[in-house]
Design a protein around this ligand. Structure first.
Ligand code: TMP
Length: 219
């Protein structure tokens, strides 16, 4: 598993790859934006990006993936499209930034595909892991913040924000509960990089916890 901190130490650079994960409405995007703003104030060389999307090609793939009218999309097609989006994003945005020693913040990455497609869509963890390690040259994040939130709280937040749900958001409650459980399993599987945060807590409190983890990694 390639690790950008280790690579950076070897090469004298200080890159850092941080991802944010969680079910819909968990507050991960808010936390990523708060961290991004904080690091910019600290004059850290940082970029914030997201999946699916984050590139011109990726935004097209995102549109196909989330279009609620594509009800016939096979789970395998869905899995491969998320991987295609990730390949483009990794080689166009993430890798060049890490190679220049930047801090990269990413809203969703490999763990989303492991949880949503690997578990909830029943594609299987091994296949999804192999495919995604292949398309990212084995590049995992240094730190993954997992925002945990009860399904109903997340759904309430989502409904307040959006009038029309996308193809994945409109899946049944059982699907989202499986995603939630899968994230817990992933956190146990990758304890060295997962940090679990209570998504129900006040955003400022969660941000404080995020900074407690990130600050020592910057020096
Ligand atoms: P977003 O709403 O966080 O931008 O994510 C879009 C949707 O795509 C969200 O419902 C989660 C889903 N998703 C997957 O199912 N697999 C993936 O690999 C990624 C990155 C997102």
């Amino acid at each position: 598993m390639a690790n950008s901190i280790e690579a950076a130490r070897g090469g004298g650079r200080r890159s850092l790859f941080i991802t944010f994960e969680g079910v819909e409405g968990s507050g991960k995007t808010t936390q990523m934006n708060m961290l991004h703003a904080h690091l910019l104030r600290m004059k850290v060389d940082v970029i914030a990006t997201h999946e699916p999307g984050g590139t011109r090609i990726g935004e097209e793939i995102r549109r196909i993936l989330l279009d609620p009218s594509f009800k016939e999309m096979h789970p395998m097609t869905e899995t491969v499209l998320y991987a295609a989006d990730r390949a483009q994003h990794f080689y166009e945005v993430i890798k060049p930034a890490l190679d220049r020693g930047k801090v990269v913040l990413c809203d969703r990455y490999i763990d989303s595909t492991l949880a949503y497609q690997g578990v909830a869509r029943r594609i299987g963890m091994e296949g999804v892991q192999n495919l995604n390690e292949w398309v990212t040259d084995d590049h995992y994040p240094d730190v993954t913040f997992l925002l945990e939130i009860p399904f109903r709280v997340g759904l309430k937040r989502l409904m307040e924000r959006k009038r029309v749900l996308d193809r994945i958001e409109s899946e049944a409650q059982a699907f989202h509960e499986q995603v939630q459980e899968a994230y817990k399993t992933l956190a146990k599987f990758f304890p060295h990089r997962f940090v679990i945060l209570n998504g129900v807590d006040k955003p400022e409190n969660i941000h404080h916890q995020v900074m407690q983890v990130v600050t020592p990694l910057l020096s």
